[in-house]
Design a protein around this ligand. Structure first.
Ligand code: DC
Length: 643
């Protein structure tokens, strides 16, 4: 399984430009084409569906100019499509095919509309029936009720009441409504059946209003387009980003200091989820909004828990559940029964994963109640649900954590974690690697103490694994069995000692026998994999100094400071010799030297995570340095790296 390990975060600030919403992109393009005047369309979503729409508009003689980036200029035709005869290919873009059918049927030309095979399996009969009530001349070129279509100039009349089904696809109603102003006469659409996807109709009505046509609405049953309605360019239109996606970044700003500013969704958004910002403000976040942006900063004091009915923001409310981990008190999210029937049972999934982190969670049929706690590292499952992955990224403010299957974010936000990394600052790591007895342990521990950072003696984990295996009677060469021991290792690091199953191990992991065993088990890939997250879980605030063999290459490849600390084998053997003699042990210098050389060869020669100096690691040769001099050098480098 793929996974992404997140270090604990220190802060968040920056600007995130959200990808545009597909639904809004294609609506805006069509209305800009039908409008009077030129429209600058900014932040258009770059996707297959918008490409098809742009191609179709060009084929119809509409002026389409790419202004660079995601910005386009559409020269509107004021309802008179320049090319009266054309064959259009619209791929599999439902958001292009349905509204384009309606507009061209009423515009009065000779057009053939086609798509990919799958598009020819998607029903369009209800829309065609609606258009025929207005006198449109539409023929099916394939199966009755499905594309491809042949549209010919009809004798369009209006003034009456049209009926269209609302329970199959809201795109039929959207298509009709967007096309009706082309008739210039009053027209009323009556929805037959329960209208589904109402938020999308809201987007349609809001986009039409932006282009000057205000539809009168009676509930969700009757929609009237007034006589004389005409689309007029509003000049510049920003395509909104996905408001639910904005929620993660606003929450990052609210928890991590901020300000985090999202661009692409503003205070006047037509998407319901924008109300998330109000919920965040209720938690104490300082929210600012502008026409095409919103920003969030942390409160002066703490974020506070809320008790909210979240029916109006079902998707974004998930973000509140993980933001609640950083709020004082118990947060109650009510009226969220719809979570149970989304990509996964989101109430159950959220409760299970929040509990893994240590939070206290109560769930009911339609609510979730979250009480924060001191978080502990955990591997979070994402249930093939993009929002689970994005929500749990926020928990990294409390603890390092692992996100399983992070690529599920591709559904709505393929580069989410890149954007996330760009606006967050992780607890820094100083990675110190080097051969046995180079003194890196002593240097690393002293640097950590000087900076107030945590210290990870990664070699101790391999030594503990070897010791635990020996005690369990497991052969050091038995990879699966040793890996199982590494996974289950019950280890705590205290100031002066390491405890295995609560019992201090003292020098038991420092014997020559266990040193040799550690070196042996460290060469087993399954053992290294089992210990990976355990090591990364040390990457907490305010920072970490880790020493070992692969700190800079494998465990913390993004460490802002990497040091390769070494000394000649002779110097190292001599230091070890002196240590042993001082402790009153007998020692043999040539034997120690040979042993070190053998261990060096094994640590450097193994196929997984061999000891080597990374290209971006600074070399610190301590052969002729005192410990103090070595520590001072690392601290100087850490200041230069602005840690
Ligand atoms: O640093 P040390 O001597 O305590 O390490 C004990 C053994 O564990 C050593 O043979 C190398 C191995 N080790 C490793 O492979 N990777 C690490 N990050 C740390 C130690």
């Amino acid at each position: 399984m793929e996974f992404l390990d997140l270090p604990q975060l220190l802060s968040a600030a920056g600007i995130v430009r959200l990808p545009g919403s597909k639904s809004i992109s294609n609506r805006v393009l069509l209305l800009a084409a039908l409008a009077e005047g030129e429209t600058e369309v900014c932040d258009l979503l770059a996707s297959d569906d918008t490409e098809r729409m742009l191609e179709a508009l060009r084929a119809l003689g509409i002026g389409v100019a790419h202004l660079g980036g995601e910005n386009w200029r559409i020269s509107g035709c004021a309802g008179r499509i320049p090319v009266r005869q054309a064959e259009l290919f619209l791929g599999n873009a439902g958001t292009a095919f349905r509204p384009m059918t309606a507009a061209l049927a009423l515009a009065g030309g000779d057009y053939v509309l086609k798509g990919v095979a799958r598009m020819h399996e998607r029903p369009i009969g209800d829309l065609v029936d609606g258009l025929r009530q207005l006198g449109a001349d539409i023929a099916y070129l394939g199966n009755e009720g499905y594309p491809p279509l042949h549209l010919r100039p009809g004798s369009i009349h209006s003034g009456g009441v049209l009926r269209v089904r609302g329970d199959v696809s809201s795109q039929f109603l959207t298509g009709l409504l967007m096309a009706l102003p082309l008739t210039g006469e009053v027209a009323t659409v009556e929805v037959v059946g329960e209208l589904i996807s109402k938020p999308y109709i809201e987007i349609t009505l809001a986009t039409m209003a932006r282009f000057g046509v205000v539809v009168q609405r009676e509930g969700w049953q009757r929609f009237t387009v007034p006589a004389g309605s005409r689309y007029r360019s509003p000049g510049t239109v920003y395509v909104e980003g996905d408001a639910s996606s904005a929620s993660y970044f606003l929450a990052l700003g609210a928890i991590g200091g901020g300000p985090v500013r999202v661009e692409g969704v503003g205070g006047d958004s037509i998407q319901g989820d924008v109300k998330f910002a109000e919920a965040l403000a209720q938690m104490g976040a300082r929210i600012e909004t502008g026409p095409n942006w919103m920003s969030a900063r942390a409160p002066v004091g703490d974020l506070v828990a809320v008790d909210l009915d979240c029916n109006h923001i079902p998707d974004a409310a998930m973000t509140l559940a993980t933001a609640a981990l950083f709020a004082k008190g118990t947060t109650m999210l009510r009226n969220i029964a719809s979570w149970r029937v989304k990509e996964t049972d989101r109430i159950a999934a959220m409760a299970t994963e929040l509990r893994k982190l240590g939070a206290v969670v109560e769930e009911g049929a339609d609510f979730i109640r979250v009480t924060p706690a001191i978080l502990r590292p955990a591997a979070i499952d994402t249930y093939d649900d993009h929002r689970m992955a994005m929500c749990f990224s926020l928990a990294a403010f409390g603890t390092p954590l692992r996100i399983n299957d992070p690529q599920c974010v591709a559904k709505t936000f393929p580069d989410y974690f890149d954007r996330f990394a760009a606006v967050t600052r992780a607890a820094p790591v100083i990675a110190i690697d080097g051969p046995s007895a180079s003194g890196k342990g002593t240097v690393a521990a002293r640097v950590a103490a000087a900076l107030g950072y945590a210290y990870l003696d990664s070699g101790a984990l391999y030594r503990l694994t070897a010791l635990a295996a020996r005690r369990a009677g497991v052969d050091w060469a038995d990879e699966p069995a040793v890996a199982a021991i590494a996974t289950g290792l019950e280890v705590t690091f205290s100031e002066n000692d390491v405890c295995l199953q609560g019992v201090p191990v003292g020098d038991a992991i420092r014997t020559e026998e266990i040193s040799a065993g550690a070196s042996q088990v460290a060469a087993l890939p399954a053992v290294r994999a089992a210990l990976l997250f355990r090591q990364r879980a040390f990457n907490t605030a305010p920072g970490l100094v880790g020493d070992g063999r692969d700190m800079g290459s494998v465990v913390f490849p993004r460490a802002p400071l990497k040091v390769f600390l070494t000394a000649t084998a002779e110097a190292r053997a001599e230091r070890r010799y002196k240590q042993l003699i001082e402790k009153g042990f007998s020692a043999n210098l040539p034997a120690l030297l040979l042993d070190l050389q053998q261990r060096d060869a094994r640590d450097s020669g193994r196929s997984v995570a061999p000891l080597r100096q990374e290209a971006d690691a600074k070399l610190l040769d301590t052969t002729s340095l005192t410990i103090e001099e070595a520590v001072d050098q690392v601290l100087r480098w850490s200041r230069e790296s602005a840690l």
